[in-house]
Design a protein around this ligand. Structure first.
Ligand code: ADP
Ligand code: MG
Length: 211
């Protein structure tokens, strides 16, 4: 039985937005993960590509976001520029029920200065690669001290690409009391170690099917 988004404790305006996006029912991983994530739990979520994982963390981080507060409140780490751009665009669509949510992408291949300028006036959500976010840390152009939701998307790929050290440094600059959501297609030992290091009693969810 497909589950409706209406079973979740979301604002009516977000339910209408999801309808407008053509999201009629939750996918399997959304139905497994969202009830825990929306209660603030840390999460390890495993599901294949195309299963709607972006909406799990997008809906969760937006539910906690205060658009009136011009500080960075959510940080999403992705392995590549392409994925960062896709994720940012999906978050922007999911954010349409709220006015003035600013989502910025921080990836390599672009000059640092305009990115730094886009951070200056308060970017609510930052999406980017660990390498470039570390460059901004080095230049003191980024403030991670108000991050309440930290997302590690495609964590297995980020570790394969050698981002462990960058990820550790980034997380050390976020608040201790935060929600950490980890998404991975696989669950090898280094992902277990990553989780043990940076998460607090995570709920583990898995979906093998889309619906
Ligand atoms: P994943 O990160 O698991 O690979 P995505 O989050 O990129 O998957 O989602 C894949 C596609 O499914 C996107 O185009 C997204 O807009 C769409 N999608 C996500 N959730 C739903 C839903 N509940 N109903 C319909 N389409 C959805
Ligand atoms: Mg994804």
């Amino acid at each position: 039985m497909p589950t409706s988004f209406a079973t979740l404790n979301l604002p009516e305006t977000q339910l209408t937005n999801l309808e407008n996006l053509g999201y009629q029912h939750m996918t399997a991983i959304q139905a497994e993960a969202l009830p825990h994530a929306l209660q603030g739990a840390d999460l390890i979520a495993q599901a294949k590509t195309g299963s709607g994982k972006t909406a799990v963390f997008g809906i969760t981080l937006l539910a906690k976001l205060d658009p009136q507060n011009f500080v960075s409140q959510a940080l999403v780490l992705c392995p590549t520029r392409e994925l960062s751009t896709q994720v940012a665009n999906e978050i922007r669509r999911l954010a349409r029920y709220q006015a003035n949510v600013k989502v910025v992408v921080l990836c390599g291949g672009q000059p640092l200065a305009p990115q730094a300028a886009s951070l200056e006036h308060g970017a609510h959500v930052i999406v980017g690669t660990p390498g470039r976010i570390n460059d901004h840390i080095g230049k003191r152009t980024i403030d991670l001290s108000h991050i309440h939701t930290l997302v590690l998307d495609e964590a297995d790929r980020m570790l394969e690409m050698g981002f462990m050290e960058d990820i550790g440094k980034i997380i050390s600059l976020t608040p201790k009391y935060r929600q950490t959501l980890l998404f991975s297609a696989t669950y090898p030992d280094d992902i277990k170690r990553l989780s043990a290091q940076f998460q607090r009693t995570p709920v583990q969810v898995k979906a093998d099917t889309l619906h």
